[in-house]
Design a protein around this ligand. Structure first.
Ligand SMILES: [Zn+2]
Ligand SMILES: [Zn+2]
Length: 145
């Protein structure tokens, strides 16, 4: 009845050509509310919203949403995959070598300059993957607990 200016999560799923299920809506909301969550954290977020869901179902939904471009999967070498709702801007990540914390890093200068390779070898480039590695503030200060 009321025309909403921003599409609902269900409408976004439908717009991406996906069947709308309560689990998929909950999963997309969980990923967007979270900060580079791993699969286990996403599963528990989805369970908080819609009750029991198997890990297998979470994997399948993540796969569908990632393929549809609603969710981005990042996989820092040596760390489990993380998922985020910030898609389409080719931003990068900084990863803590010690605890695995992940933070967003925008492209170094202006508009995705890293997509302009010095030599593209004839490829049509659509993504540049850059991972910054370092030590997060918590780990570098020795975290006195
Ligand atoms: Zn750390
Ligand atoms: Zn990110």
């Amino acid at each position: 009845m009321t025309a909403s200016p921003t599409p609902t999560t269900a409408e976004e799923l439908r717009g991406a050509g996906l069947r709308v299920t309560a689990a998929r809506v909950a999963l997309l909301e969980t990923v967007r509310d979270g900060d580079h969550l791993g699969v286990e954290a996403i599963a528990s977020g989805v369970r908080d919203r819609v009750g029991h869901i198997s890990l297998q179902a979470v994997y399948e939904a993540l796969h569908a949403l990632t393929a549809a471009g609603l969710v981005r999967r990042i996989e820092p070498a040596g760390h489990p995959a993380r998922f985020e709702g910030r898609v389409g801007d080719n931003h990068h990540h900084i990863v803590c070598r010690s605890c695995g914390a992940v933070a967003d890093v925008d492209c170094a200068v202006g508009d995705a300059p890293c997509l302009t390779a010095a030599d593209d070898h004839g490829f049509a480039i659509d993504e540049a993957e850059v991972v910054y590695w370092g030590t997060c503030p918590d780990c570098s200060t020795g975290r006195s607990s």
